[in-house]
Ligand binder design. Structure first.
Ligand SMILES: Nc1ncnc2c1ncn2[C@@H]1O[C@H](COP(=O)(O)OP(=O)(O)O)[C@@H](O)[C@H]1O
Ligand SMILES: CC(=O)N[C@@H](CCC(=O)OP(=O)(O)O)C(=O)O
Length: 259
């Protein structure tokens, strides 16, 4: 039997979208419209969120200091408790509520739920309570997608003994994209892509990125993003972009694609 075009199932495409804490408080109508457009185009969407500014605020309110090394927060035992309560208790439900209010059926998860993100310590002596993801239970995410829910994942993982570990959200997004064999990864942040000498770079090769890291033109919070991008591209995810809220920004690609 041949199917007419209108009855053919749309090919499933999968996109992981990471929302930085830097722009969570100001999601616009345009953002939700773009989100729905992607859903209408047949994309299964998985959201991962950070919450850096919100965490900074809560740490300060509790007189807990922390430093950031290579874009990763050095997280004490005291700090991880606050990171966890901020992300799981405040940021995640606020985002899920916002999505639901915009007509997008969303479900909030952390790395604890269904043992979604099993971690070891990244390097306890250097970073403290920061996790390195060992396993993503992608089959749980599959089940949610199958029933039309958008998973909204916060960047808290745990060891097999139930110790909470803080993970950079860009890293979580890349690991989830890899484990779900996503077609694309979008890292949405407060700047419309990588800027060099003040100019947005619409396309960036892996070599150019390495040079910009070396020259210090890519620094701080942009470092885990480009690392996430390079990991995903290196493992065969076809499309990786660092973008602003309009979902436009820098496409990161292999040299041969750009040639
Ligand atoms: N080359 C660069 N281009 C743009 N932003 C950069 C660059 N290098 C470092 N940054 C910094 O990275 C920040 C984005 O990272 P971050 O603050 O961690 O955002 P998010 O909360 O979205 O993860 C930008 O606001 C900017 O200060
Ligand atoms: C280990 C580590 O760096 N964790 C991050 C988690 C939040 C995050 O990544 O938030 P953004 O996406 O807003 O940067 C932190 O504590 O800030």
């Amino acid at each position: 039997m041949t199917m007419s075009k209108s009855t053919q199932p749309t090919a499933r495409k999968r996109m992981v979208i990471k929302l930085g804490g830097s722009m969570l408080a100001e999601l616009t109508k345009d953002f939700f419209a773009n989100f729905k457009r992607l859903q209408d185009a047949g994309y299964e969407l998985i959201l991962v969120h950070g919450g850096g500014p919100e965490i900074n605020q809560e740490l300060a309110a509790n007189n807990v200091t922390s430093t950031v090394l290579n874009g990763i927060r050095v997280t004490s035992k005291e700090a991880v408790r606050i990171v966890q309560s901020t992300l799981i208790g405040q940021v995640n439900p606020a985002l899920v509520h916002h999505l639901n209010r915009e007509g997008i059926e969303a479900i909030g998860l952390s790395g604890y739920d269904g043992k979604l993100l099993s971690c070891s310590f990244l390097d306890e002596a250097v970073y403290g309570f920061v996790g390195e993801i060992q396993q993503v239970r992608s089959e749980l995410i599959e089940k949610m997608l199958d029933v039309g829910l958008v998973p909204v994942i916060s960047c808290i993982g745990s060891t097999t003994n139930g110790i909470s570990l803080n993970i950079n959200a860009d890293t979580v997004a890349s690991k989830i994209a890899l484990s779900m064999c996503a077609d694309s990864l979008l890292l949405v942040t407060d700047t419309p892509g990588i800027k060099i000498e003040g100019k947005v770079q619409h396309i960036a090769s892996l070599t150019a990125i390495s040079q910009w890291i070396e020259s210090g033109e890519i620094y701080g919070g942009m470092l885990p993003k480009v690392k996430a991008a390079l990991d995903c591209l290196g493992a065969g995810i076809p499309s990786v972009q660092i973008v602003g809220q309009q979902l436009l920004g820098t496409v990161i690609a292999h040299e041969e694609v750009l040639a």
